[in-house]
Design a binder for this molecule. Structure first.
Ligand code: ZN
Length: 172
């Protein structure tokens, strides 16, 4: 039958599963295509500009991004590696796994070049700055088991974790 897309459950900081290190993708079959479509649906519904497989509890080296206004610029990065970084980034970032929290992270590059495979396994290289450049660095961290707030001070992290736990209780 026809595949329908689904909204996937997002893991929220400080969920331990966000610390899982993702494994390379080796199978580009229908299961992966379905996962990418579901991740896109989930990202657009949130709404967000980037989503890593880690955030939906799938520990494969895959993330998506779309910084377009009309949700028609979906980029898929599989087994990605940053091959070049330049300058420093001054933008605040947020995360669908840490709702309502925005902060600057020290050490982000202004511009990055990433090598990856597309959804069909075809290699490509992309150089990006601004929001997309930041997004690529943020999503790659997820694949390494790192959430952006873990770059912040211990005090800030504890405060964020407490706040999110409280919100989760309310939601249940
Ligand atoms: Zn994130």
């Amino acid at each position: 039958g026809k595949l329908t897309m689904a909204i996937l459950n997002l893991l929220h900081f400080p969920d331990e599963r966000l610390h899982t290190v993702a494994k390379p993708v080796t199978d580009f079959g229908p299961e992966l295509q379905r996962l990418i479509d579901d991740m896109a649906q989930t990202m657009y519904a949130a709404p967000g500009v980037g989503l890593a497989a880690t955030q939906v509890d799938v520990h494969k080296q895959l993330f998506i991004a779309d910084i377009s206004e009309d949700n028609k610029g979906l980029l898929v990065f599989i087994n990605p590696k940053i091959t070049h970084r330049d300058g420093e980034c001054e933008l605040e970032e947020g995360c669908l796994s840490v709702p309502g929290v925005y902060d600057k992270v020290a050490g982000r590059a202004r511009e990055v070049t990433v090598q990856a495979l597309d959804r069909h396994g075809k290699p490509f290289s992309l150089t990006a700055d601004g929001l997309l450049g930041l997004c690529i660095q943020h999503e790659l961290d997820h694949l390494l088991g790192k959430v952006f707030v873990e770059y912040l001070s211990r005090l800030k992290q504890d405060r964020i974790a407490k706040k999110l736990k409280k919100n989760q209780r309310k939601a249940m």
